[in-house]
Write a protein that binds this ligand. Structure first.
Ligand SMILES: [Fe+2]
Ligand SMILES: [Fe+2]
Length: 303
């Protein structure tokens, strides 16, 4: 447990900590995204929109508890501390395929028979992108996009790895899921951080905005020398639903962000809707991916 976490614990918020990791598995957050943003094709096939939209009634308490922790503890100072620590990349170094095996140590014990491992989700995402004929760098983005979840294996709690992301250091949008929990965040009452622009200039561009800490930002920094700009936006903002699904935070965007938004939106359905109970045939796919990985990734990945 980090020093910072203890400091917050001392602030009479211990009632928030009966469980540091309330989600039964990381996938539970993604299952919840499907309830919030259902696949339009699935709606057409077998469910009414109302059934999907009945979000408040179906949301699991674990997800609610998870967002309560996320919104409470993702302060501006917390994010700066994590950036200073993880962006040194001094934790581990390993060959790229070992990195995917490392990620797979994140075992989901809630439903071991039906849930596919992390690598299968990455492969299903990248294969769905490839099937639709998109450029190979986007296939590489599909394969990589959740590799930052290794943060959990370095001891980070779920709320510092997954969940919708949002800017820190300025007022929160009510378009972020569970906005009511932001009142528990110490920054909510800090005048430096709670105005519309906070520490930012109007329309300064997302590159100048600090996002809540998690797997998106981490993989962006790992990949940033190797993947084209459009793909970097997909990696860095794929969990920024308040922007790419809800259109919030326009006052912080510049024209470059607005031009890149369509790429983030293009990626999102592959992430959300490519899940399939049948795992891809890795032996058949291996030669293609070995070639792809050697084109876009270094031989060794530094975490
Ligand atoms: Fe993700
Ligand atoms: Fe994903």
């Amino acid at each position: 447990m980090s020093k910072h976490f203890k400091t917050l614990t001392d602030m009479n918020t211990t009632d928030l900590l009966p469980q540091t990791n309330p989600l039964l598995s990381l996938d539970e957050w993604e299952d919840d995204l499907l309830v919030r943003y259902p696949d339009p094709e699935t709606i057409a096939q077998n469910k009414t929109k109302e059934e999907f939209r009945d979000y408040e009634n179906t949301v699991r308490d674990t997800v609610r508890e998870f967002y309560k922790l996320n919104h409470t503890y993702q302060t501006y100072d917390f994010v700066m501390e994590k950036r200073n620590d993880y962006l040194k990349f001094d934790k581990k170094q390993m060959p790229v395929w070992d990195a995917f095996q490392f990620l797979n140590q994140l075992v989901d014990d809630s439903d071991p028979d039906t849930d596919l491992d992390q690598f299968q989700h990455l492969l299903q995402t990248s294969e769905a992108i490839r099937r639709d004929g998109h450029p190979d760098w986007m296939v590489a983005v599909g394969l990589l996009h959740d590799l930052g979840k290794v943060l959990c294996l370095f001891g980070e709690p779920q709320w510092a790895v997954v969940g919708d992301t949002f800017p820190v250091g300025c007022a929160y949008s009510d378009k972020v899921v569970y906005p009511e929990f932001f009142s528990l965040n110490p920054d909510y009452n800090n005048e430096a951080y709670n105005t519309k622009y906070g520490v930012y200039e109007p329309n300064c561009g997302l590159r100048n905005v600090t996002m809540s800490w998690g797997h998106d930002e981490y993989i962006y920094h790992i990949a940033k020398e190797r993947i084209p700009e459009e793909g970097l936006y997909m990696l860095r903002y794929h969990s920024f639903y308040a922007w790419h699904r809800e259109g919030a935070y326009d006052h912080l965007l510049d024209d470059h962000d607005r031009a890149m938004l369509k790429w983030v939106k293009l990626f999102n359905p592959y992430d959300l809707y490519s899940k399939n109970p049948t795992p891809p045939n890795w032996n058949e796919l291996k030669p293609y991916y070995e070639n792809l990985v050697s084109k876009y990734l270094p031989a060794e990945i530094k975490f």
